[in-house]
Write a new protein. Structure first.
Length: 326
């Protein structure tokens, strides 16, 4: 009678192949290779520190910082505000808290901070915090917890110091003192329709980015679009020709304007998935949404094209384009 051959080696081989496939997929998902991206979230590298933020935390942190930039406040003001929001809400826009406290800074309507609806708006809440902070003489040289306490009048006045280092490092990245110190991993948006240019030459998604930047940063000079569209002045296949790109000018090239450009670029990265951003280019660096977002800020080389190097290398403007759709 013939001896039946054991199936064990074959089953073992199948099991090993399955495990290898699972490991490969896990690696791809973790690294965001090709069309696959890892879990959405953001990373900060500044002041010798590295840590992660959720997308929600990053959006709120960049908004708090953008308001400081708009008001012309020093990075120290952003450090104090960020440390305070860390302590009060972990940088989340809470709908409740102790007694009638709400929002990022747990401000209380009953104490004159505004209505619940107003306080739940991050731009408003940040402005109200800074309104009180700038009234404090010498806040720039105080310990962070002392300045925060004078604004918040908390029952735990030393609690803000627990987040002082995080606040300083985060402010350094988001105000541009640590260029490219902030990045996010985002997924590519699916099933977005293709859009045509509107009256100002931008698609609806492109114009939404423009309006959002003006809402948060104030009266920024922008260009790269025109009524009826643009057809020259950019590289072949540029998103400008489809009305999908906006340039935010930070001229002349200088250290303060470079910092402002990085503040704008960081805000756009944090809000990329909400605004359907595809690429951001500034200061010889490029960030891409979707499959390459886990690479963070990459070197950008405009090649040997004719033109002013500051313009070609995007050192005098932040370029942002949105997904084409379709």
């Amino acid at each position: 009678m013939p001896t039946r051959r054991s199936r064990t080696p074959g089953l073992l081989l199948v099991a090993l192949l399955a495990l290898a496939l699972v490991a490969l997929l896990s690696l791809l998902l973790g690294r965001g290779v090709g069309p696959l991206t890892g879990p959405e979230g953001c990373e900060v590298r500044a002041g010798g520190r590295e840590w992660d933020l959720s997308t929600e935390q990053a959006r709120n942190a960049t908004t708090i910082t953008a308001v400081a930039v708009r008001r012309g406040l020093p990075a120290r003001a952003a450090s104090i505000a960020l440390a305070t929001a860390y302590q009060e809400s972990k940088l989340r826009n809470l709908d409740g808290g102790d007694r009638d406290s709400v929002g990022l800074f747990q401000q209380r309507p009953s104490q004159g901070w505004g209505t619940v609806g107003q306080i739940r708006q991050p731009v408003y809440a940040a402005n109200r915090f800074y309104d009180e902070l700038v009234k404090i003489a010498g806040y720039q040289t105080m310990r962070i917890t002392e300045a925060a306490q004078k604004v918040q009048r908390s029952g735990y006045p030393e609690a803000y110091q627990d987040h002082a280092e995080d606040g300083r490092a985060l402010a350094s990245a988001l105000t541009g003192y640590t260029p490219a110190g902030f990045s996010c991993v985002t997924a590519s948006p699916d099933d977005l329709p293709e859009q045509r240019e509107g009256g100002n030459g931008l698609t609806a998604r492109g114009d939404r980015v423009r309006r959002d930047l003006l809402r948060v940063f104030g009266d920024l000079p922008t260009g790269g679009y025109a009524a009826g569209g643009v057809s020259t002045g950019h590289t072949k296949g540029s998103a400008h020709y489809d009305g999908r790109a906006v340039d935010v000018f930070v001229r002349p090239v200088s250290a303060p304007n470079k910092r402002k450009g990085w503040a704008i670029a960081s805000y756009l990265v944090a809000h990329a998935s909400r605004l359907h951003v595809d690429h951001i280019i500034f200061d010889k660096r490029i960030w891409s949404a979707g499959g390459r977002s886990d690479e963070g800020w990459r070197d950008y080389d405009p090649g040997d094209r004719a033109g002013e190097r500051a313009v070609l290398e995007h050192r005098d403007h932040v370029h942002v384009d949105v997904v084409a759709g379709g």
